[in-house]
Design a protein around this ligand. Structure first.
Ligand code: SF4
Ligand code: SF4
Length: 398
């Protein structure tokens, strides 16, 4: 269900400090002494955000689900004690935002213990949920356990379309009710929308719905066709349509009262710079805020994903296991995985991404490259229409 929670973004994380209310004020992911010491010792950035699929079980059956989740017990899910041990190791190198996702994380009865433990150890847990299980009581519990924000997927502006897409009658109304309960309890809400050919023309209406719901953020996620969504590859926007949607997003972002941004769309950070240049503007922190500081693809750079059985991946869509936290400490996998180290070396990017002057701020989606080539995760991003300038400039490898 929580397709979108598998590739959040640093922008989201830092914004959380401003919008999450008192519970998250001043929290700087990866800004603590453990991360500083780790970075000094290894020369590697500590993770800022970790998406953790604490269960794969889900009460919905969405067609675009990365995890192809179903309802029921999955063998090998990490126990509470195992999760606590992994948190103990994580906090030796960083103080991240931990996105508790699934499946549907609220199906896990001990989620409250996980939240409390993560907070006690200095991390900031947030929850990626379908919101259909959020009653007023659960919303209050989220608030009481210090959750500053939840993210909730809404893919269409009407109940019928959303329910058809989610293959669950009533899921739209239940999600909207859950959002309202969360807001009433003082928990911030981010609406996520997975963009496909089905709904690319409906984004303005979904934005209006998000505004009506008075949520804090609206993030559009470009479909990454892996997992159950691999069957939806033909629903992926063409590179040209992708460009149009991201151009719309650039202009819409200027007027949106929400924290509005595209995700899983690394070339958005190229488009920002191209459009700003056309307007005679520079992409500075003063003018563009966090968009000026972050990078398109952060998988393996400041972000990663832990599966329900403890497999570590650059993100939820990047279908390659780089180690397992039961067999090896997370901190070792983060430091030593050759794949992580490849992803951190932008000079290893191939094809037009390797030749692109925007590779430092974009990098292309490595999961799409992996899927499209059947294994070459450093290959060029297949859904970018940009032709890099010649000769190769070396890019801005920030
Ligand atoms: S060619 Fe690659 S690095 Fe350049 S903008 Fe496109 S996806 Fe990004
Ligand atoms: S590989 Fe793609 S889906 Fe994964 S973090 Fe990077 S941009 Fe997001």
């Amino acid at each position: 269900m929580n397709h979108e929670s598998s590739c959040p973004h640093a922008g989201h994380a830092v914004k959380l400090q401003r919008q999450g209310g008192a519970r998250s004020v001043g929290f700087k992911p990866g800004g603590g002494p453990a991360a500083a010491a780790y970075e000094e010792r290894t020369g590697i950035k500590a993770p800022r955000i970790i998406a953790w699929e604490i269960t794969r079980s889900c009460n919905l059956n969405c067609v675009h689900c990365r995890a192809a989740s179903r309802y029921g017990k999955y063998e090998g899910e990490l126990s509470l004690e195992q999760i606590k041990a992994v948190i103990d190791d994580i906090v030796t190198i960083t103080n991240p935002i931990i996105i508790l996702t699934g499946g549907e994380p609220l199906l896990r009865a001990d989620i409250w213990d996980i939240i409390d433990y993560a907070r006690e150890k200095g991390a900031m847990p947030v929850v990626g949920t379908n919101a259909t299980l959020i009653t007023p009581e659960i919303a209050q519990k989220l608030a009481d356990h210090g959750i500053p924000r939840i993210s909730v997927s809404i893919d269409f502006p009407t109940a019928k379309e959303h329910d058809d897409f989610r293959v669950m009658p009533g899921s739209f109304d239940d999600a909207i009710a859950g959002i309202k309960h969360a807001k009433a309890a003082g928990v911030g809400v981010q609406v996520n929308t997975t963009v496909t050919k089905h709904n690319a023309d409906r984004l303005e209406e979904i934005h209006a719905l998000a505004e009506d719901l008075n949520v804090d953020a609206f993030h559009i996620f470009m479909l990454v066709p892996t997992g159950r969504a691999a069957e939806l590859a033909e629903q992926e926007l063409t590179p040209e349509r992708y460009e149009e949607v991201l151009t719309w997003a650039y202009h819409r972002q200027k007027t949106s009262p929400l924290h509005f941004k595209p995700t899983d769309a690394p070339h958005y950070y190229r488009i920002i710079r191209q459009l700003a240049a056309r307007e005679g503007r520079e992409v500075t922190v003063e003018e563009y805020g966090l968009d000026a500081m972050t990078r398109g693809c952060l998988g393996g750079i400041t972000f990663c994903f832990i599966s329900h059985v403890g497999d570590v991946q650059p993100c939820g869509y990047f279908d390659m296991q780089l180690g397992n936290v039961i067999q090896q400490p997370f901190s070792e996998i983060w430091t030593d995985s050759p794949v992580f180290n490849d992803l951190r070396d932008y000079s290893k990017l191939k094809g037009k991404c390797g030749a692109c002057e925007f590779r430092g701020v974009c990098g292309g989606c490595r999961a799409r490259a992996l899927e499209a080539t059947g294994g070459d995760y450093m290959a060029e991003e297949p859904y970018c229409s940009y032709r890099p300038m010649e000769p190769v400039s070396g890019g801005t490898d920030t």
